[in-house]
Design a protein around this ligand. Structure first.
Ligand code: BEZ
Ligand code: FE
Length: 289
């Protein structure tokens, strides 16, 4: 006796046979989407109530998105999918700086002169002064002049300006250019570890999974130079307690750097920061296009 086409075993073939997409890549993606989704459902065997609860979760995830909040990216981040896509797309580039998630807190920033302080208002007074220096280089060590570094970070208690009405706008973010020797430097404060937003469905998911929401302290960098691939990455603060358990799996060992405490007032004066201060030195190596 032949099975009905809509039986458990025949449905996947029925659905995939109807996909008639001219673009071969789209055909592959749509076919695999159906196959993997059906395999997941066959494996989990959800009750109807469980399936509607999943649909409700995705509906609420969508409703939580607006021009300032992207709950679907956050979902991809905490499920490790963002870092899986990152790993697949940067497999062979061993000689260049490693990439990590961009996250949802990038925003337009001012272009600053070398050495300017991106900390403003209360944060500048309260935070621990930090000098960040380095170079932007090609894979063969050539300094890249006029590269731009778009930098953003949380404050000393773990909030970005876009999350916190008490911070001046464009606090702790800025764009710097490298000089003729490929060098950049700027002043800031030491960032703090912080939780990813937990007031939406992703927070519920983390809670239901028994996971914390913390990210280890870091500074974001989006580095661009003509003729080279954009680099989206972070520098993480060495010694942070969450380096081994980042909620979005974004830590790579090569991106963990010492924030060296310096208590010499003469050096603080040289860098135009209060004493003591933290000193960070790191070169970024971009892949050729
Ligand atoms: C961030 O580092 O800004 C971030 C990354 C992923 C999810 C939430 C925040
Ligand atoms: Fe961040």
């Amino acid at each position: 006796m032949t099975q009905p086409k809509t039986s458990e075993n025949a449905l996947t073939e029925l659905v995939t046979s109807r996909i008639k997409e001219e673009n071969p890549r789209n055909q592959e993606i749509l076919t695999k989407l159906v196959k993997h989704l059906h395999a997941f459902v066959k494996d989990v065997e959800p009750t109807e109530a469980e399936w509607f609860s999943a649909i409700d979760f995705l509906t609420r995830t969508g409703k939580k998105c607006d021009d300032k909040r992207q709950e679907f990216i956050l979902l991809s981040d905490v499920l490790g999918v963002s870092m899986l896509v990152d790993a697949i797309n940067h497999r062979t580039k061993t000689t260049v700086t490693e990439t990590t998630v961009k996250g949802p807190f990038h925003a337009t920033a001012n272009v600053y002169e070398a050495g300017e302080n991106i900390a403003r208002g209360n944060e500048a007074e309260r935070g621990e002064p930090t000098v960040v220096r380095g170079r932007v280089l090609s894979p063969d060590g050539k300094p890249l002049a006029n590269a731009s570094l778009d930098v953003w970070q949380s404050d000393d208690i773990g909030y970005y300006d876009v999350q916190d009405v008490n911070q001046p706008s464009m606090n702790l973010r800025g764009i710097f250019k490298t000089n003729a020797n490929g060098e950049f430097w700027f002043r800031t404060i030491k960032p703090a570890a912080y939780p990813v937003p937990t007031d939406g469905p992703v927070g519920e998911l983390l809670h239901a999974s028994g996971r914390h929401a913390m990210r280890p302290a870091h500074i974001h960098f989006w580095v661009k130079a003509e003729g080279y691939q954009d680099l989206v990455t972070h520098l993480f603060v060495e010694g942070d307690e969450y380096l081994e358990s980042d909620a979005v799996f974004g830590v790579k060992d090569s991106l963990v750097v010492p924030f060296v405490k310096n208590s010499d007032p003469a050096q603080a004066a040289q860098w135009k920061v209060g004493s003591p201060f933290y000193y960070v030195q790191h070169d970024f190596i971009l892949a050729a296009q």
